[in-house]
Structure formats: structure tokens, C-alpha cells
Design a protein around this ligand. Structure first.
Ligand code: SAM
Length: 298
């Protein structure tokens, strides 16, 4: 069984990027009344305590969400980033950030008033599945949300195309297994054949590893081949160079950057993300390598 637990990473800079983009895409999709299905192929536990044991072991939110909320952001804050901050704050009473909403809860937050929409969550890890199920049960939303203890890469297939003919697929694996990179590519290739008009959002780490380097290229090729527009957003907070500590031992720098690749993005997304990403760089950047990029095509 895998050992990756998102609780260690909840609220880090990658989550800030991923969830700001997710929210912006969802906000656009719900402007239409017609039913929408949202798939989260790697859902995680749903809610995380930022003051719990897991989060404190690595404390990654300290350099992510918590840094963001304590920094003096330029005013007015970019609307897409402000929306993200407001949504996270809505899970936290009294202005203290002790709870972090993962993607299932961000999705449900946006779809809360829309009974016609469906949410399908895949989570394979037994403990996270159990926690997710318990967290979702508290929402008492009945059949709007289905939780499947299945492999999200494979499980998605049987639902495409969805009856609603409008769907967003979030694909957010841990990439703990090297094979995840190829599986993401294969899943998107298959999904585009079954349902070419769906919106696909894939998160990936930017690390010095060939598979990680190749994934956004592969996704670009798939979108171009399908004749579909795409948008790539990346956030770098620091250099990826290995550092040495006082004893001369090599220290891993932790995740320096990540990206979100979206196929069939809302046409408003690029313009909405540019100022939000600029504010993220300003607040979360750790050295002179901090930067964002937005690239689109199709
Ligand atoms: N999407 C979540 C969020 O934004 O809050 C975080 C997900 S976390 C990065 C990845 C999750 O995928 C982990 O909880 C892990 O247990 C789960 N997982 C790993 N392999 C999987 C698979 N093949 N199918 C479904 N879930 C899987």
C-alpha cells in the first residue's frame, strides 16, 4: 500500500495553486444552469486539520496558505485568489485557520445549491477513504456525492461521457508511484476519446525527473491532437537545486514548483489567473527563482 498522505501537505503552495485554479474553473462552469458532473479521481481525505499531528510533522501550510493569509497582499487582492481565501476561511470560524478543505469540499462548496449536479470521488487508500466517507456524511447531501473506493484512473472510464454531457475531471495523483505519470497520460488520452468536450484539470509536480518533465508536454500533445484548447499554469516558489546544510550534507529542497494543466479551459481562465498567480509569487516566493507562467494553445 502507498504511504503518501495528503495531510502532510495540505495547504502547501501546490494546494494554493491547484485549488485556486479548481475554484476558478468551477465558478465558470456553474454560470450555466445545465447539470454538471465533477469527478475527482484522487480525492484524498476531504478535510485536514492544520493544527493536527500530520500537518505539523511537515507543516507545509506554513509556506503556503498560512503564509498567504499572514502576508500583506497588494490591494485589491486578485479576485480568483480572494475567492480561494474566502472559501478556505468559510471552513474556519473566528479567523483562525485550523481546517483545510481538500478538493472534494471545495467542489461541494461551489455545487452546494445545485441539486442537479453530481460529484464522483475516487479514493483508493483505505484510511483516507474512511475519513473521506465520514467527512462527506456530515454534509448530509444524500446522493449528490458518490464515493468510490476504486482506482480513479480506471474508474473514470465507465462514467464517460456523463449523462449531463457537461463535466469537469480533476486528476490529482500523489505521483508516489513513477507509473502515475504514464497513467495520467493514458487516462486523459482515453477520456478525450470518450468525451472530447469535457474539461480536464491535471495537477503535476515540477521536479527534476524525466517523467515529471514529460507529462505537461504529453498533455499538450493530446490536447492539440484532439483539436482542443488548453492552458498551463505553473507556480515556482524556489530553486530546485539541492542545498547543503552546515555539516555539508545534501538537503532536499522540498517541492519547488508545480503546475495545473487544463484541457477545454473556460475562456476567461487565463485572464483570471494572471493577477492571482502574480500575488501568489509575491506572497509565497522564497528566493529569486519564484515565478509563475501561463501558457495556452489550441
Ligand atoms: N485531490 C486532493 C485534494 O486536492 O484535496 C488530494 C489528493 S492526494 C494528492 C492523492 C490521493 O490519491 C491520496 O489520498 C491517495 O491515497 C489517493 N490515491 C493514490 N492512488 C490512487 C488511485 N489509483 N486511485 C484513487 N486514489 C488514489
Amino acid at each position: 500500500m502507498f504511504s503518501y498522505r495528503h495531510a502532510f501537505h495540505a495547504g502547501n503552495h501546490a494546494d494554493v495553486l491547484k485549488h485556486t485554479v479548481l475554484l476558478a474553473v468551477l465558478r465558470h462552469l456553474v454560470q450555466k444552469d445545465t447539470a454538471l458532473t465533477v469527478f475527482d479521481t484522487h480525492a484524498g481525505a476531504g478535510l485536514y486539520r492544520l493544527d493536527g499531528d500530520y500537518a505539523q510533522t511537515s507543516g507545509e501550510a506554513v509556506d503556503g496558505l498560512l503564509k498567504l493569509v499572514s502576508s500583506e497582499l497588494p490591494q485589491p487582492v486578485a479576485p480568483a485568489l480572494q475567492d480561494y481565501l474566502d472559501v478556505v476561511a468559510s471552513f474556519n470560524a473566528g479567523g483562525k485557520h485550523t481546517i483545510y478543505p481538500g478538493s472534494p469540499f471545495i467542489i461541494q462548496h461551489v455545487l452546494a445549491q445545485r441539486d442537479r449536479d453530481k460529484i464522483k470521488l475516487f479514493e483508493l487508500h483505505p484510511t483516507d477513504y474512511k475519513t473521506l466517507s465520514a467527512n462527506i456524511a456530515q454534509l448530509e447531501v444524500g446522493r449528490q456525492i458518490a464515493i468510490l473506493r476504486e482506482d480513479g484512473f480506471e474508474g473514470l472510464k465507465k462514467f464517460l461521457p456523463p449523462p449531463s454531457r457537461r463535466a469537469l475531471v480533476l486528476c490529482d495523483p500523489s505521483y508516489e508511484l513513477k507509473t502515475d505519470y504514464a497513467r495520467v497520460g493514458a487516462m486523459v488520452a482515453d477520456a478525450l476519446q470518450r468525451f472530447a468536450t469535457g474539461t480536464y484539470a491535471v495537477w503535476y509536480p515540477i521536479i527534476p525527473r524525466p517523467e515529471a518533465h514529460d507529462l505537461p508536454k504529453k498533455l499538450k500533445t493530446l490536447a492539440n491532437k484532439a483539436g482542443k484548447p488548453w492552458l498551463g499554469a505553473t507556480l515556482t516558489v524556489k530553486s530546485s537545486k539541492l542545498l547543503k546544510d552546515d555539516e555539508g550534507d545534501v538537503v532536499r529542497p522540498g517541492l519547488p514548483a508545480s503546475g495545473m494543466f487544463i484541457i477545454n479551459p473556460p475562456h476567461t481562465l487565463k485572464a483570471a489567473l494572471a493577477p492571482a498567480l502574480a500575488h501568489m509569487v509575491e506572497a509565497l516566493g522564497q528566493d529569486q527563482n519564484a515565478a509563475f507562467a501561463l501558457e495556452s494553445g489550441g
